[in-house]
Design a protein around this ligand. Sequence first.
Ligand code: NDP
Length: 332
Amino acid sequence: MRWALIGASRIASSYMIDAIRSQNADIQSVLSSDAARGEAYAREHGIADSFTDLDALLADDSVDAVYISTTNEKHHAQALAAIAAGKHVLCEKPLAMTLDEAGEMVRTAAGKGVVFATNHHLRNAGSHLAIRELIASGRIGKVLSARVFHAVNLPDALRGWRINDAAAGGGVIPDITVHDADTIRFHLGEDPQEVVAKAAASGLGEGVEDSVMSVWSMPSGAMVQSHESFTHKFAGTGIEFHGTDGSIFARNVMTQEPVGAVRLVDADGEHEISYDKHNLYHRALGLFADAVNGKGRPSADGVDGVKSLAVALAVREAAQSGKAVAVNYGGF
Ligand code: NDP
């Protein structure tokens, strides 16, 4: 497979270029809005071509797939152009700024017959696959509640548009709540119905929220408590599931690395759960390549991206209005 990168981003250089190449795929080109930066990026990463014009990049018939990792407001138009050119698309989260845009991306890809995936990496973690298996196999009985805490210290290098540019999709809700929504959906196999929330700027946010807490009701009756922040230096991340027959405590698992501990507590005592420590992004790219070859589906597809965005938008609306908000999935 041959790829093009749409966006000369940090996430591509730190994880995704390596992940694409881990599947014996080539990266042919990169798009940047700045010619000099794009050329330097291409040189640094051994990429043959750099473009500032998307149509020129997409005109290369040797490119099978694109990875979109520009700032969030650009994903929609870039994805539609790539789909129109017949490319398979792996798009960063949040898929778009609005539910309508995200839905259009996913429906257009389906109409064109190309694979469309969302880069929700956490589904690929061995820790989360183990947690999901514990829940699915009934080890904790009926799930009563879940708590996810994903309150981190946003590294200096990431403190640009994320904290000061609402028009580029900044704010902790589009940045992190989408991941938590996807992870909860992945584990529980159901979609949040209604949310209440409070958001704040607690030291970093300039015109956007940098912290949010929300509570979601699930169709099964389970309740979910979710906390995301950019300003917590020592809080650590984690996820918990509490059921009628047991509880799962996972620490340091809301991360890009294959790390963290998973513990099951039930009537027999405490059990450390072992899991496979593979690279999250390598697995995502492997499943994407399989889907392109007609085998299975990406770890998170376009509908997953629409739904995680829908939950995040409901959380933001609930925080702004102070009211309970029913999650609108736009017909998905
Ligand atoms: P960056 O800020 O690194 O990149 C976004 C855009 O900013 C790039 O496309 C680039 O524009 C421009 N840019 C990057 N570096 C510079 C620079 N030094 N000087 C000037 N402009 C620069 O964003 P991230 O990599 O953090 O995030 C990109 C996307 O990926 C977002 O949608 C984000 O939500 C998502 N993401 C997903 C993660 C995951 O694990 N799934 C993790 C991190 C981010 P141009 O391309 O025009 O050169």
